[in-house]
Design a protein around this ligand. Structure first.
Ligand code: HPA
Ligand code: ZN
Length: 339
């Protein structure tokens, strides 16, 4: 193992941008399709893999929504989340803030409770077994209406103590943050954290809207903010964390080659950038793979890799004392590397 691989493997990390439905590996998709008698347009794991040839976000989303049809029972949601948590644990992830898409399931007549019960059972097991902490962020699908988002928030009320925040995902272009201003205001009144995908494919204007109208606590992706100098300054000055997902950007053609990825530039500009996997089953790598391949492609230094790990806790929604504890664990790893 190279020195950088070794450092990345040893650093404690948080993952802040992970769609649990996007961690559905082809093998589990096939197994759940069989278990539940669901017809898929693919016959083999290889055929599923071959379909993952995307040229933009929408290409990916079409297959992502198709894949999630196999998720039917509480046990399915448990199995999905547990498989991800085992991978995260193997990557030395100590804290996760997980997105889920309730509308992707309730639209198929799967009860909200089935989804959240299965996910939280897996998260509780990870906490008990490994001391891994977690939060759950419920995303609104932005291609659906404001009314549908309000209905989803209403359904969430019975489980609100298990939900830490709201997010905004799915097809970005043509669905600006402004469409969800009122539902995000309501979420804020409920004391929920607020995040939104912005500037993944959409223009800097969408990042401004997410800040000014949705009052977000963190930006998901944010890559296109780099096109606007004043916006970069604002993000730096306000220490706003960005959940950047390099292999996702590569697979969805936000960058042509990983060598062109702006991660190093983001750090040099002083942005609180973090490194995450987004939809690892679809984009070819869990969190450590994102760190390693990005570090190799854009030439991150050991100090920059450590900054990414530190930022993952600093940008999390953990209490300050917990953040301090994780940062001290990072310092201990660095001290042992130097010893
Ligand atoms: N972008 C937007 N919506 C999504 C994504 C993404 O990367 N993954 C799952 N839903
Ligand atoms: Zn995402």
């Amino acid at each position: 193992m190279s020195a950088l691989h070794d450092l990345i493997a040893r650093l404690p990390k948080a993952e802040l941008h992970l769609h649990i439905e996007g961690s559905l590996e082809p093998e589990l998709m096939m197994a759940l399709a069989q278990r539940n008698g669901i017809e898929l347009p693919f016959k083999t794991v290889e055929e599923i893999g071959a379909a993952y040839d995307f040229s933009n976000l929408q290409d990916f989303l079409d297959i992502y929504y198709l894949g999630m049809n196999v998720l039917q029972t509480e046990q399915d949601f448990f199995d999905l989340a547990w498989a991800y948590l085992e991978r995260a644990h193997a990557d030395n992830v100590r804290h996760v803030e997980i997105f889920f898409d309730p509308q992707g399931h309730t639209e198929r007549e799967i009860p909200f409770a089935t989804v959240i019960d299965g996910l939280t059972r897996a998260l509780e097991q990870a906490e008990t077994r490994w001391g891994m902490s977690s939060q759950l962020i419920m995303c609104f699908l932005r291609h659906l209406s404001e009314e549908a988002a309000f209905e989803t928030l209403e359904q969430a009320m019975a489980h609100i103590e298990r939900i830490d925040g709201v997010g905004l995902d799915s097809s970005e272009m043509g669905h600006p943050p402004s469409k969800f201003e009122r539902v995000f205001a309501r979420a804020g009144e409920l004391g929920l954290k607020r995040v939104a995908h912005a500037g993944e494919e959409g223009p800097p204007q969408y990042v401004y809207e997410a800040l000014d109208l949705l009052h977000i606590d963190r930006v998901d992706h944010g890559n296109r903010a780099l096109e606007d100098e004043a916006l970069v300054k604002r993000l730096v000055d306000s220490k706003m964390a960005l959940t950047v997902c390099p292999l996702s950007n590569l697979r969805l053609c936000g960058v042509e080659r990983l060598e062109d990825h702006p991660m190093k530039r983001m750090l040099e500009l002083g942005l609180v950038a973090t490194c995450n996997s987004d939809d690892p089953a679809y984009f070819g790598g869990y969190v450590n793979e994102n760190y390693v391949r990005t570090a190799e492609a854009v030439g991150l230094t050991a100090a920059e890799i450590i900054t990414l790990a530190r930022n993952s806790f600093i940008g999390s929604f953990l209490p300050q004392a917990e953040i301090a504890r994780h940062l001290a664990d990072i310092d201990a790893v660095i001290a042992s590397e130097l010893a």
